[in-house]
Write a protein that binds this ligand. Structure first.
Ligand SMILES: [Zn+2]
Length: 419
């Protein structure tokens, strides 16, 4: 088909549609006849030339009307830009040459008139509706610049190891590691009024002893000697010899990034075949070999309330049990059947303690009891009342410190095993 033909077809779009409509209105025979007869009509060429002449004129008019419309639109757009804020907005774009000059230490050119346009009044962005909002802590002690020195913090009422750590942007274990003299690696020892060391960074805090080797100390905490020497708070000369450092005995050193094992005060596994291993724990230890019920392997809750009041299971702060809520005198139940292998006072802060060996690898521990209703070697069955909730030992209020230990897996998270 020729170019002209294409043009015709385009031009004829409207008429083609009307032709289709007409075609639909006619019956099939007529349409076929019209299509067949089209090329045979003697007057057709004449009509076509007349028609094309008309179309030529039409085309001319249409084309120029289109050009005029485009010109009008361009004019309108230019007028709109003049009236609008666009030039002002363009003037607010960063001026790269000014920034570069400043960077190179050259005198910054005086701002031009374009740069000193006044900004529209600031409007706060709409608050993000989703997400957990954090309350602003009015007691925060976090300085605007990183601290370089160790500071002291006085424990307030209601503080926890986690709370203090968060307040200073530290990991909770750092609070324990840097305050062994006060807390002895036991978060239950935290009391209002205590003075705690707050390190400038996460790590450990070590008091230098006569004859210590910096290399050995660094290795113990899992860092290099240079990390200790280079840390500003330690005030050590840069040429300090790791093997023979001139450090005065009694000096405290920050070990940035240092870590260590916690000292464990809790009972070891106390087998019914040898409950005397717990004798170091205190007067509650039992002495003989016991026989008794074997546990079912499933557990019930040791208390009437089933939520926390104190620390959760947190190996990070050497807390391998859960502090379950309860009031003074509330019952404490055996979580499974077994034999009592510890019943009495614990010298390490647990107060009155009962430990039950379930005979299947599991043991359960109940601490801070106000009273104990069972004795060494006694057979107990799941659900038996073995004592009452109290606040004996290092405890800030009545609650049950409960631990669940397996001979293979150690002290597990009770939440994973209680119903
Ligand atoms: Zn506890």
């Amino acid at each position: 088909m020729s170019a002209k033909g294409v043009k015709c077809l385009d031009r004829g779009r409207g008429s083609r549609y009307s032709w289709v409509v007409t075609k639909l209105q006619r019956n099939g025979d007529e349409v076929v006849r019209q299509q067949q007869g089209r090329g045979h009509q003697p007057s057709a060429p004449w009509r076509w030339s007349e028609y094309l002449a008309q179309v030529g004129v039409l085309e001319f008019v249409t084309r120029w009307a289109g050009h005029a419309l485009v010109l009008i639109l361009i004019g309108a757009a230019l007028w709109f830009l003049r009236q609008s804020d666009l030039p002002r907005l363009l003037a607010l774009q960063p001026q790269p040459q000014v920034a570069l000059a400043a960077e190179m230490g050259e005198a910054t050119p005086a701002p031009s008139a374009e740069q000193t346009v006044s900004l529209p009044p600031w409007k706060p962005a709409a608050p993000a509706a989703q997400g957990v909002a954090r309350k602003i802590s009015l007691r925060t002690d976090v300085p605007s610049r990183p601290r370089e020195k160790v500071i002291q913090y006085t424990v307030q009422k209601g503080d926890t190891v986690f709370g203090i750590a968060e307040k200073f942007g530290l990991q909770p274990e750092t609070i324990l590691w840097s305050n062994y003299d006060v807390l002895a690696d036991d978060p239950h020892r935290l009391r209002p009024g205590q003075k705690l060391n707050i390190l400038p960074v996460d790590g450990t805090y070590y008091q230098w002893h006569k004859g210590d080797s910096l290399r050995v100390v660094a290795k113990f905490f899992g860092v290099s000697p240079e990390e200790i020497v280079d840390f500003p708070a330690n005030d050590l000369p840069p040429d300090t010899d790791p093997d023979h450092p001139q450090i005065k005995a009694g000096t405290w050193l920050v070990v940035p990034g240092g870590h260590r094992q916690f000292v464990s005060w809790s009972a070891p596994q106390i087998p019914r075949s040898n409950p005397a291993v717990a004798s170091i724990l205190g007067p509650g230890s039992c002495g003989k070999v016991y026989e008794g019920p074997i546990g079912t392997g499933t557990f019930i809750w040791p208390t009437t309330l089933h939520y926390l009041s104190g620390y959760d299971y947190s190996p990070q702060i050497n807390h391998y049990g859960i502090d379950i809520a309860g009031k003074l005198g509330y019952p404490v139940y055996a979580v499974d059947s077994g034999v009592v292998v510890y019943a009495g006072w614990n010298n390490w802060g647990y107060g009155n303690v009962v430990v039950i060996d379930h005979g299947n690898g599991w043991q359960s521990l109940y601490a801070h009891l106000s009273r104990i209703l069972v004795s060494c070697g006694q057979a107990v069955y799941q659900g038996d009342m073995i004592g009452s909730i109290g606040s004996t030992g290092r405890s800030t209020g009545p609650h049950l410190h409960f631990e669940l230990r397996h001979e293979k897996y150690g002290k597990v998270n009770p939440w994973n095993f209680l119903p």
